[in-house]
Design a protein around this ligand. Structure first.
Ligand code: PLP
Length: 352
């Protein structure tokens, strides 16, 4: 009898997008930023002293918390930082979603939510997105143990206007609401200002997409001091030293250079708008994206076939073999040159 086997926690893990090895490929599959991190990040890396690495890092991550609090004009006690927003959201699930009532998130959204809910044994329900992939806020007007959704939503790219977000929050004053704003910098309007008005609102953002630092792993949450304090208590009950020394230093550098940040965003937004025109011309349809990706379906050709053909030509996009999503490609906005290569291939492929 192997009793220990019965006591193993069984989970179906989140499956991240592929990180193909090698040069000479066009990587448009995991929504990374095609531009390098801010020049100050490179400089800080060059000047970094390794001797302090003997010691533990600052458990409060105070330099980074302070940089973010100044940037967003909020108190330091309104900022929580973690190892990517995945870590921040996982901590938020542990901290806030402890009701017997189900938490709510859209059936089509970030697939990690379901994984965390299963891992932490949180009951959940997934209201179905409308035909056009928009969130119907009324679906969230019922007793719940918490609410989370990305805005703009992923993988659809659709942005929900702030007035609707506020209505949804106003109807839900008895549970914590998390807005996952991984893509907010690409043109949407953040709900951060609403954290002043609603103390049950937590806004989560990341350095992984708009700040070109996916590999460094920094995410953060902004919310009422009571929420942040509760999250820190859970963090210090789990792992005090989540943020390593280099990422604390590099994160601060990234926040400092607002000019570079805005320039990169402008370029990506411009490329995205051009990509919308090119995709339409090629017969694709897609929800209007406010992110650094486009979720597109072709009117005649199967998404899976296009995905495979692209892959054979070393162009990687994301394909989800899931109900409702399996005729779509999620295409990250790359550099102009990368998009040119994508469209050069698609033009030939789709005309055959
Ligand atoms: C990318 C992404 C995250 C996680 O990003 P981190 O790299 O962990 O900061 C969270 N939510 C959504 C919707 C994302 O697309």
């Amino acid at each position: 009898m192997r009793h220990w086997k019965e006591n193993i926690r069984k989970v179906a893990p989140y499956v991240p997008g592929e990180q193909p090895k090698g040069m000479d490929l066009v990587k448009l599959n995991t929504n990374e930023n095609p531009y390098p991190p801010a020049p100050g990040v490179k400089q800080a890396l060059k000047e970094m002293d390794y001797d302090p690495f003997r010691k533990y890092p600052d458990p409060t991550a105070s330099d980074l918390v302070s940089a973010l609090s100044q940037y967003y004009q909020v108190g330091e006690d309104e900022v929580f930082v973690g190892v990517g927003s995945d870590d921040v959201i996982a901590m938020a699930f542990l901290t806030f979603f402890n009701s017997e009532l189900p938490i709510l998130f859209p059936d089509v959204s970030y697939s990690f939510y379901k994984v965390w809910a299963d891992l932490f044994q949180i009951p959940y329900e997934t209201p179905v997105l409308q035909e056009d992939f928009s969130i119907r806020k009324e679906d969230y007007y019922k007793a719940n143990g918490g609410i989370i959704f990305p805005n703009p939503n992923a993988p659809t790219g659709l942005f929900m206007p702030l007035e609707e977000i506020e209505e949804l929050i106003a109807h839900n004053q008895n549970s914590v609401i998390i807005i996952d704003e991984a893509y907010i910098d690409f043109g949407g309007k953040s709900a951060m200002e609403l954290t002043k008005k609603y103390e049950n609102l937590l806004v989560v953002q990341t350095f992984s997409k708009s700040r070109s630092l996916a590999g460094i792993r920094i995410g953060y949450a902004i919310g009422h001091p009571d929420l942040i304090r509760a999250m820190n208590n859970v963090k210090y009950s789990y792992n005090s030293y989540t943020m390593n020394m280099p990422s604390l230093i590099l994160g601060v550098e990234a926040v400092k250079d607002d000019k570079y940040f805005k320039e990169c965003l402008d370029k990506i937004i411009k490329t995205r708008e051009e990509a919308k025109v090119s995709l339409s011309k090629l017969g694709f349809i897609f929800p209007d994206s406010m992110t650094n990706f486009i979720f597109a379906s072709h009117k005649e050709r199967r998404a899976e076939d296009i995905y495979k053909a692209l892959r054979e030509n070393r162009i990687f996009v994301r394909y989800f073999n899931l109900p409702r999503l399996d005729n779509y490609l999620r295409i990250t906005i790359g550099t102009e040159e990368e998009m040119r290569q994508l469209f050069a291939f698609l033009e030939v492929f789709l005309s055959n």
